[in-house]
Design a protein around this ligand. Structure first.
Ligand SMILES: *Cc1c(COP(=O)(O)O)cnc(C)c1O
Length: 380
């Protein structure tokens, strides 16, 4: 058996080890220290627009604290993009709030502004407390943020931007993670850069970010003893993980460049093949192409489905995965309200994520190409 080709695996730049060694040498082996501060500064500089950043233990923790800081209470409602990873929606349930799911639109595969507005109008008419909106930049493709933010402002509802997959993506030069009132980043092992596991909360509001640091370290009030007037969490990033993050920030631009080149390679190889399509960047949109994704329409491929291709890749020890299964179709969430017309359902049915790691080598691409040819996705 040939070695496994992963969908997206960690790709170290080289300097990570130096930052981690320094943490050991200085005994900053704790959820605070120079690497945590340095990593936050690196991210603030990279994102720009005057944002502040708190490094946390996971992207999920950032989303959870984001909802806490937006004042979400049991029984409140939070509108969430349906097509996403479960971690976008789970924190709504942690707080005893109710998720309301919104479909995708076909241009970016992300939150439909039209169905967002329909959902808001319906829930408000029913007397519900809609406390937040969670759009998600799937696979690195930015959400139509101008339209989403305009609707959010019109109804006075804050936006918690899930940018877990979108570090390095932007719209007209403005970085994903700087649009919402609060944003969440992830540095899980499969993301565009990794800290092994980790995340960050981002906001232009310094007070919100300072509060997130307070809540993430057990909400300890100022006192010689342990004094608490808030419920706290243990969500701060470790100084060891942050050392990995500082090394990764030195190579983030080249990681984005490589992922985009891999996407272009797939795009060129499958160009013009009947039944195969891609999600293109709208004018001014820049995707980090975290994962390269395709749609396969079996009516135009002579019956070849995304499952045909997935199994053929698997037989060659190559990992691929269907697109996210929408949350309104998940057993754990299917009882909650949903607004849409089936776009995300069709994407799930026909879509596949292809190996996209920035560490893929030419030999890996050659193995992938052979399978694509055998399945009729690439001309022989
Ligand atoms: C990875 C991911 C998260 C969760 O981040 P973790 O760091 O793994 O907790 C949240 N939302 C989306 C869209 C993700 O892809």
């Amino acid at each position: 058996m040939q070695p496994k080709i992963w969908l997206s695996s960690p790709h170290m730049g080289g300097k990570e080890r130096d930052y981690v060694t320094e943490a050991f040498d200085t005994n900053w082996v704790a959820p605070l220290g120079p690497n945590v501060n340095g990593f936050e500064k690196d991210l603030e500089q990279y994102l720009g627009d005057g944002v502040h950043v708190a490094a946390l233990s996971a992207g999920t923790a950032a989303l959870h604290l984001g909802l806490v800081l937006l004042g979400v209470q049991p029984g409140d409602e939070v509108i969430c993009q349906s097509m996403t990873f479960s971690a976008s929606a789970n924190p709504i349930a942690y707080l005893g709030a109710i998720p309301v799911f919104v479909d995708s639109e076909p241009d970016t595969w992300n939150m439909s502004p039209e169905f967002l507005e329909a959902a808001i109008m319906d829930r408000l008419a029913k007397g519900k407390n809609v406390k937040a909106i969670i759009p998600v930049h799937l696979y690195g493709m930015p959400v139509k943020m101008d339209e989403i933010m305009a609707i959010a402002h019109r109804y006075g509802i804050p936006v918690l931007e899930d940018a877990a997959e979108a570090l390095g993506s932007s719209i007209n030069g403005k970085m994903c993670g700087t649009f919402g009132d609060i944003a969440a980043l992830s540095f899980n092992g499969n993301k565009i850069i990794t800290t092994s596991g980790g995340g960050a909360l981002v906001s232009a509001n310094a007070e919100i970010v300072e509060k997130s640091r307070f809540l993430s370290t057990q909400a300890r009030d100022t006192a010689p003893h342990y004094e608490h007037s808030h419920i706290g969490y243990n969500y701060r990033m470790s100084n060891i993980c942050a050392g990995i993050g500082r090394g990764q920030m030195e190579v983030v631009d080249s990681r984005v460049e490589r992922r985009r080149a891999i996407y272009q390679w797939y795009r060129n190889e499958m160009n013009g093949m009947p039944g195969i399509s891609f999600v293109e960047e709208p004018e001014g949109f820049f995707s980090n192409r975290w994962l390269s994704t395709i749609l396969i329409d079996p009516e135009k491929t002579g019956g070849m489905t995304r499952e045909t291709l997935r199994l053929a890749l698997e037989a060659e020890n190559i990992e691929s995965r269907p697109l996210w299964k929408p949350m309104h179709m998940q057993p754990v969430f299917e009882k909650y309200p949903y607004f849409g017309n089936g776009v995300s359902e069709r994407l799930f049915e026909n879509g596949l994520c292809l190996p996209s790691g920035s560490n893929l080598e030419e030999g890996d691409l050659a193995r992938i190409k052979t399978v694509l040819q055998n399945c009729g996705c690439v001309a022989v």
